[in-house]
Unconditional design. Structure first.
Length: 248
């Protein structure tokens, strides 16, 4: 998992900006609706729904909005039917890019995503072209105010793969199958997480110079601006100094 922490830092800093966008509610509502449709409306027995609700609460989504999204998923309210999928491509400098989509019109979404890639120095690839470069992992982040030694010990005891001090926050990685166990176990021990999700962690990183890094971040922003795009993952390695200059 060498190099994963670099992307964790980029995600963390971008996340602070992304949280200001109104589009985040649209994506969270979709995720809640699909999770409820697939696994039922009870978050106690539906781990995916529990994770989606946690993220929605973390973004200050009103309870009634969450409840309506669940009811649309379970069929208690009328709602749109969404199709999930993954698209793969290459960004500036040949970095790998995974795009998770959730759409009611796949043809439209594929065309939009392809346009984003071509406009920002990338290209859409075929299925399987880059996915093998990523591992599915649980990722839980905690504020740096938490006691690191206690968190480290508790996380490993619960089965975590790795615990990292990233300066601005602490990051814990788990096997996808152990994610809920570690998250809930740490909560039960009194640790309050900032974010917890299943994510794709790059196995190796590709370093970008400032010009390509700026192109890459524009590509990510444009992809994430699309309501049909749920998540974007990449193995881009952007130096902290370059990242600070680009993001201001």
């Amino acid at each position: 998992m060498a190099g994963h922490s670099k992307w964790a830092n980029i995600k963390h800093r971008k996340g602070a900006q992304d949280a200001k966008r109104g589009k985040i509610f649209t994506k969270l509502i979709k995720e809640i609706t699909v999770a409820a449709k697939i696994g039922g409306g009870d978050f106690e027995t539906n781990p995916r729904l529990r994770t989606a609700i946690d993220k929605a609460k973390g973004s200050n989504m009103p309870k009634d909005t969450i409840d309506r999204a669940i009811k649309k998923g379970t069929g208690d309210l009328d709602g749109v039917s969404y199709e999930e999928g993954t698209m793969e491509g290459y960004g500036p400098g040949g970095v790998a890019v995974l795009v998770e989509i959730m759409t009611d019109n796949r043809t439209r979404t594929v065309a939009d995503v392809r346009h984003c890639f071509s406009k920002h120095g990338g290209s859409l690839g075929v299925d399987g072209s880059v996915a093998f470069q990523f591992d599915r992992r649980g990722q839980i982040t905690f504020p740096a105010s938490a006691d690191f030694d206690s968190l480290f010990e508790a996380a490993l005891e619960l089965g975590a793969l790795d615990v990292k001090d990233e300066g601005e926050f602490y990051e814990i990685l788990t096997e996808a199958t152990d994610f809920a166990q570690v998250r809930d176990g740490l909560s039960a021990k009194g640790f309050s997480f900032e974010a917890a999700e299943l994510t794709m962690i790059p196995q190796n990183m590709v370093e970008l110079d400032e010009k390509k890094a700026e192109q890459m971040l524009k590509l990510i922003d444009k992809l994430e601006d699309n309501d049909d795009v749920q998540n974007v993952y990449t193995n881009a390695d952007i130096d902290d100094d370059i990242l600070s200059r680009i993001m201001g």
